[in-house]
Design a protein around this ligand. Sequence first.
Ligand SMILES: [Fe+2]
Ligand SMILES: [Fe+2]
Length: 350
Amino acid sequence: MVPTWLEHADPHKVIQALIKVPHLDEQLSRMPVAEQTVRSRLQTLNELAWNTQGAAAEIARLSAQRCLYELNRLRLYWGDDPELYINERSCVLSQLHQLLEAPWEAWLEQRLPSEDLEVPDAASALIAWAERDRAPSPTPQSQWLADSMSIVGYRRLLEVSSLNGLVEASQLSRALGGAPTSVQATLSRIFVEEYGAGRLAKKHSTYFARMLEQQGLSTAPEAYFERVPWEVLGAINHAFYLAENKQQYLRFCGAFTYTETSTPAGFWGYAEATKRPGLSDGQNDFWALHVREDERHGAWMIEQVALPLLQQFPGRQRDVLRGYLQQREVENLAGRATYNACREAERGLS
Ligand SMILES: [Fe+2]
Ligand SMILES: [Fe+2]
């Protein structure tokens, strides 16, 4: 008999259904064929997504990233029924998680030429990269966002960004704690600031929620999941991958250094797009807040996290550098996809 969860043609729906099956591992141990069917369907999806190009590959990438997101989101609590987390420690889900994650991470890895990491001195390379990424010239995309995007594009920007903006800094929470070090102390300090020092009204995500409310949009964190391009999901899934694996701790710190360093420039176009139609005074919206705060956070990450780690782990310096450059790549992909989503919304294409 075919279990009901296997009847879905969409792999994302299969994963969503599997997560809710009571005693999943036990049930599947009695249905090896069903388990094998899921596995081979995901392998086919991976093959199409990460080893081919074109329209079908794009659809497969979206599907693969959605599946991965469903599994990753179980690492956080969403304020809902605890019963929804019954399979958070399932061995089967953990294997499927790795099955989906490995080819995506390998694909991302290939986009970073290894010679980019061949630097004579890691600390000076990192300082130079941060200098470059702190204040780059506006791109044609960010210029369009700043000068020309209408309210239609702006609303799409909020929808697409809400999946991240409403739970912003959550993955950082998964890298905190453990043995006390000055690096952990800085990361914790940033986390506390992201969380408004424990005041919900000052939490960065509350600023995001206000922009949604202003537009009459939903403030539920996953309300616009269907609108989110695969590249944005990919950035979220990559953040989970780095934060959840202590083996990747140095890469996580390198990646977070890029994020905090580049955000003021990265959000410039969004901040202008919010200010221009008078939706903000340019001081107190989510984007303007980050342009201001992340200048500090970026400097802390370089001076108090990345550089000390390079000194502490001379044999693992590449991990910090790789984390930084890879994050640059993943955020560029997500930024371009977000821009394209706004343009398409304006042209009435989606
Ligand atoms: Fe923030
Ligand atoms: Fe920050």
